[in-house]
Write a protein that binds this ligand. Structure first.
Ligand SMILES: Cc1cc2nc3c(=O)[nH]c(=O)nc-3n(C[C@H](O)[C@H](O)[C@H](O)COP(=O)(O)O)c2cc1C
Ligand SMILES: [Mn+2]
Length: 522
């Protein structure tokens, strides 16, 4: 069973020797992130085996860390909480991600009950689905302590991750956006970012909720900037409020059920609720309570909630920020967020993360998604047997796909499918291999790519939307992507000479040497 709140999850990590407490006083500016970066590259705590889907890199991630004494704040900081396979599985309450993939598969099975008996059999399952919806109650633990007028972002132990984070003028962008009202908090960003929060918004028309993990740059006690990418749902919600000329209520949620943190990173379709999905992962609906200063509901079991408004026409220069690409994403204009309240439970813990050169904690969040969303990807593109996002492909930079090829140019059809499948559209390089290749073995994929590809005939370069964090694209958010067909070529795929067989030891010889192996005296 997953956990009800962050602190019971942390207690479980400790019980399983997955957590290190750090009592030494540390600086939230650069020091915590440098420690976390080093630890995330160490061997994984515990002695679990690497999963078959990540045989080489599966055993990294060190320990989760709890910094008990942080300069400038009375609140402890937790980091690398999800930063290994074992911790990620524990957070989701499963032995393997495949368990959840199977449950997702069950959910998306296109079989409708036809007979009355079948319908009745399905009923409990449907009733259960309704039980996954969030439930609103009056008040929550997350509101044990409430600050409104005295709310102060700077009282939280918000970290600075990388040296140039928030540096005015770095990368050539002006410090102040022209639309910023210069009163109040000043308008110059700090290098401190909230990095592991769920951003709660509602659709202005339909009231549909969205939860997305977007970084938040701190500007002052009550001012911050919201960095949602234009392709993400937070930005979509904001555009609607802006079109109506209305301000947008928004809550930044830290902690709560660990499945919530994961759900906030999930590439769900635009109108599918992350809260419903978290309820599904949790096997029970998430309890919410009304915020104290805005029309929004937040998880009762959260550690800390920051409430406020995003005004439609007020922008701040957000960034630069050391990003998951391993490079700085440069400053740009993003909406300003005005804090109206900070609530928290008694004795909260502040969860955070850093991103950068892999592996980091986000790798394991991504790997959970790779596995759990395979049934959904296969529903869209049934040709796909399996896929793999290699650690050093840094998410969308590189995707390996395995298909059972049945007709010419099928690999290209699959590439086009991936480039139109939700956030998979950002895939910058897709390598398609045949079904006898182990797609999780990067050497096997490299071997077949090297051997089977004619670079003129077997590649497809297209233009399209790209990750806005990609600094190599010629334009912001758009650029070129490559598909590489590393499958065996057949008639109808351009000029194909006689294609030879791949080497294989004869079955009877294999059996013979197996039998006689000890005789050879090795
Ligand atoms: C650690 C981490 C940090 C992230 N930071 C951002 C961010 O600053 N802005 C953003 O738009 N997406 C960010 N993402 C990716 C989104 O959370 C992810 O794409 C999610 O699916 C978006 O949800 P949405 O489709 O509801 O918008 C981050 C993901 C992780 C794991
Ligand atoms: Mn969403």
């Amino acid at each position: 069973m997953p956990f009800n709140d962050l602190q019971s999850y942390i207690a479980a990590l400790e019980a399983k020797a997955q957590l290190r407490r750090v009592k030494t006083n540390v600086d939230p500016i650069l020091e915590i992130s440098a420690i976390a970066d080093r630890v995330s590259k160490m061997p994984a705590a515990g002695n679990a085996k690497p999963p078959a889907t990540d045989p080489v890199h599966g055993m990294r991630g060190g320990h989760a860390l709890l910094f008990e004494s942080v300069k400038g704040s009375s609140i402890p900081v937790a980091i690398n909480l999800f930063g290994s396979y074992e911790r990620m599985r524990l957070a989701l309450g499963v032995e393997s991600f495949e368990e959840l993939a199977d449950r997702v598969q069950e959910l998306v099975k296109p079989q409708m009950p036809t007979t009355l008996i079948e319908k009745m059999k399905k009923l409990p399952q449907l009733a259960k689905l309704a039980g996954y919806a969030p439930k609103v109650v009056k008040r929550g633990m997350c509101q044990e302590v409430t600050h409104t007028d005295d709310a102060d972002l700077l009282s939280l132990p918000i970290i600075q991750c990388w040296p140039h984070d928030g540096e005015p003028g770095y990368g050539g962008k002006p410090t102040l956006a022209p639309t910023l009202s210069k009163g109040g908090d000043g308008g110059v960003g700090t290098g401190r970012y909230i990095t592991l929060a769920g951003i709660y918004t509602k659709d202005a028309e339909t009231g549909d909720r969205n939860v997305g993990m977007y970084r938040v740059q701190v500007y002052g006690p009550k001012l911050a900037a919201m960095h949602w990418h234009m392709h993400h749902d937070g930005a979509r919600h904001f555009r609607k409020y802006k079109a109506r000329g209305e301000k947008m209520p928004l809550a930044i949620v830290l902690g709560g059920e660990p499945v919530l943190t994961y759900a906030a990173t999930c590439p769900l379709p635009p109108d599918m609720s992350e809260l419903l999905f978290a309820g599904f992962l949790n096997d029970d609906g998430i309890e919410l309570c009304p915020c104290v200063s805005i029309p929004m509901e937040v998880p009762v079991n959260a550690e800390i909630v920051i409430e406020g408004w995003v005004h439609p026409d007020e922008m701040l220069v957000e960034g630069p920020f050391g990003d998951h690409t391993g490079f700085y994403s440069l400053a740009d204009d993003y909406p300003a967020f005005h804090v109206t309240a900070i609530t928290h439970r008694k004795n909260p813990i502040y969860p955070t993360t850093i991103v950068g050169f892999p592996p980091q904690e986000d790798y394991y969040l991504g790997k959970a998604t790779e596995r759990i969303f395979l049934p959904l990807l296969r529903m869209l593109i049934p040709d796909i047997i399996d896929y793999h996002l290699p650690m050093f492909g840094a998410f969308h930079n590189c995707v390996f796909v395995k298909i059972r090829k049945e007709y010419p140019m099928q690999a290209r059809k699959v590439m086009s499918g991936i480039w139109s499948a939700g956030q998979m559209m950002f895939s910058k390089m897709i390598v398609v291999v045949d079904d006898h290749v182990n797609v999780h073995d990067e050497q096997d994929v490299l071997f077949h790519m090297g051997a089977n590809v004619d670079w003129r005939r077997d590649t497809m370069i297209v233009d399209g939307p790209c990750d806005i964090l990609d600094h190599a694209t010629p334009y912001y958010g758009t650029g070129g992507k490559i598909g590489i067909d590393a499958t065996r070529k057949i008639q109808g795929e351009g000029t194909v000479r006689d294609w030879p067989e791949e080497l294989q030891i004869a079955t009877d010889t294999r059996a013979l040497i197996e039998r006689r192996w000890r005789e050879y005296g090795f």
